[in-house]
Design a protein. Structure first.
Length: 381
C-alpha cells in the first residue's frame, strides 16, 4: 500500500530515503529497493542523496550509503546478508548463553557494582561482530567526498535526557536542535548502529560519549526531521506497518494476553510517530499553498510511503519453528507460540526462511507500484 503527497517541482529534486525500524522486518525494505534497482542501469549510482535509518533500518541505511556509487551493488550485497541470516548472527540463541545471560541479569540486581550488568532479555554482541566484519565505514566518507552521497543519518534515543538524536555524517550540513530532538554531526561507527537497533528491554543500551542510547524509534517524535534538515525535497519512506485487515491471520483474541500487548507496544513505537509526522507535513504543505515559502520560513516536501501488503505476523507464525529452540522456549514462557497474535516473533526471527519471504514480499510490492516510485524519484525519463 502506498500513500503519496505530490507537488510539482521544476528544479532537480534532492531525493531522500528513510528506512524505519522493526527488527527482522527490515528485510522487507531490501525487497522494495531490489524492485527499484531492477529498473535502473547496472552502473547507476544511488538515486538517494540523503539516506536516513532507524533501528534495523539504520543498518540497511549504512549498507546502502557504503555503496552509494553503485546502487545495484549496494542492494545485492545487503540482500545477500538478509537472505542468509541466522539468529545466531544477531544475538546469542543457544541454551547456555541465553539462560546464562538471564542468570547474570538476575544476580546483578543483588550486587552493589553495576559494571557489566546485563540489562536486556537477549545479548546482541554477535551483531556487533557481524557489523565490524561487513561494514566499511570509510566508504561513506569517500562517497560523500566524491559527491555520490550528501548525507547519512542514524537516529538513536538517549536514555539520559530523553531526546531523539540524529547522528549524521555530511560534508556541508549543520547541526540542529529542536524540542526533544537534535542533529549531531559525527563520523559514524558500529556503536551508532548498535545503539539505534537496541530494541527496548530486548537488547542492551549502548554508551556513546557520556550518554546511554537505545532504539531510535523510542523518542522519535518526528521521523521525517533528519531528512528535511539534511536538505531533502522528496522523501521515499519504506515502513513496516502491517495492514489493518489481513485474510492470512485469525480473528484477534477476545482477551489480549501480555505477549499480544507487548507486540502492540512495539508496533506503536515503530509506526505511530511516522504516521503523525506525515500528517503534520501534509498540513504544512497545505498551508504553503496559501503563502510563500520564503515568508513562512518553510518549504514543501513531497513524500511517498510504502508499507507491506501482507501481515508480517502471519508470515512469522508460518516460520515459527525455524527459530532456535532456546528462543522458542523463552517465548513460550512469555506466552508466545506459533498461534499467538504477538508481533514480537516477527521482530526477533532472523532466520532465512522468514527474511527471504519478506524480501520477496517487498520486491513484489515494489514492482506493483514501480511506475509511481520511478515517477516520484524522477527516474522514468
Amino acid at each position: 500500500m502506498i500513500f503519496s503527497n505530490s507537488f510539482h517541482s521544476q528544479a532537480p529534486s534532492k531525493n531522500a530515503l528513510i528506512l524505519t525500524g522493526g527488527g527482522a522486518r527490515a528485510a522487507y525494505q531490501i525487497g522494495v529497493l531490489k524492485a527499484i534497482a531492477s529498473q535502473l542501469p547496472r552502473n547507476q549510482k544511488s538515486p538517494f542523496k540523503v539516506i536516513c535509518g532507524t533501528s534495523a533500518g539504520a543498518i540497511n541505511a549504512v549498507s546502502m550509503a557504503c555503496y552509494a556509487s553503485c546502487f545495484h551493488l549496494g542492494v545485492k550485497k545487503t540482500e545477500w546478508v538478509w537472505k542468509n541470516f541466522k539468529t545466531s548472527q544477531v544475538y546469542d540463541c543457544n541454551w547456555l548463553n541465553v539462560f546464562g545471560y538471564l542468570a547474570k541479569n538476575y544476580i546483578s540486581k543483588y550486587q552493589k557494582s553495576q559494571i557489566n550488568r546485563a540489562t536486556s532479555l537477549l545479548n546482541n554482541h554477535p551483531l556487533s561482530v557481524l557489523l565490524s566484519e561487513l561494514v566499511d565505514f570509510k566508504r561513506i566518507d569517500r562517497n560523500i567526498l566524491s559527491g555520490h552521497l550528501d548525507a547519512i543519518s542514524i537516529s538513536a534515543s538517549s536514555y539520559t535526557d530523553g531526546d531523539s538524536i540524529s547522528f549524521f555524517q555530511s560534508s556541508h550540513s549543520d547541526e540542529w536542535r529542536r524540542a526533544k530532538r537534535r542533529g549531531v554531526k559525527t563520523v559514524l561507527t558500529s556503536r551508532h548502529l548498535m545503539a539505534s537497533a537496541a530494541i527496548p528491554l530486548v537488547f542492551p543500551c549502548v554508551k556513546i560519549g557520556d550518554q546511554f542510547f537505545g532504539d531510535g524509534s523510542i523518542h522519535q517524535l518526528s521521523p521525517l526531521s533528519p531528512a528535511i534538515h539534511l536538505g531533502a525535497d522528496k522523501i521515499l519512506i519504506i515502513g513496516v506497518e502491517q495492514p489493518k485487515l489481513d485474510n492470512h491471520i485469525k480473528d484477534p483474541e477476545f482477551h489480549p494476553n501480555s505477549a499480544t500487548i507487548t507486540g502492540h507496544l512495539l508496533d506503536t513505537i515503530f509506526t505511530d510517530s511516522l504516521n503523525a509526522d506525515i500528517e503534520r507535513m501534509n498540513r504544512i504543505n497545505a498551508t504553503l499553498d496559501h503563502t510563500s515559502e520564503q515568508k513562512a520560513g518553510l518549504k514543501k516536501v513531497e513524500s511517498l510511503l510504502i508499507n507491506p501488503s501482507r501481515s508480517f505476523n502471519a508470515i512469522a507464525s508460518k516460520h515459527y519453528h525455524s527459530m532456535p529452540s532456546a528462543i522458542r522456549f523463552l517465548l513460550r514462557i512469555a506466552g508466545i507460540t506459533a498461534d499467538s497474535e504477538s508481533a514480537l516473533i516477527s521482530y526477533l526471527m532472523f532466520e532465512k526462511p522468514f527474511t527471504r519471504e519478506l524480501i520477496e514480499l517487498g520486491y513484489q510490492d515494489g514492482l506493483d507500484r514501480i511506475d509511481e516510485i520511478l515517477t516520484f524519484l524522477e527516474l522514468n525519463h
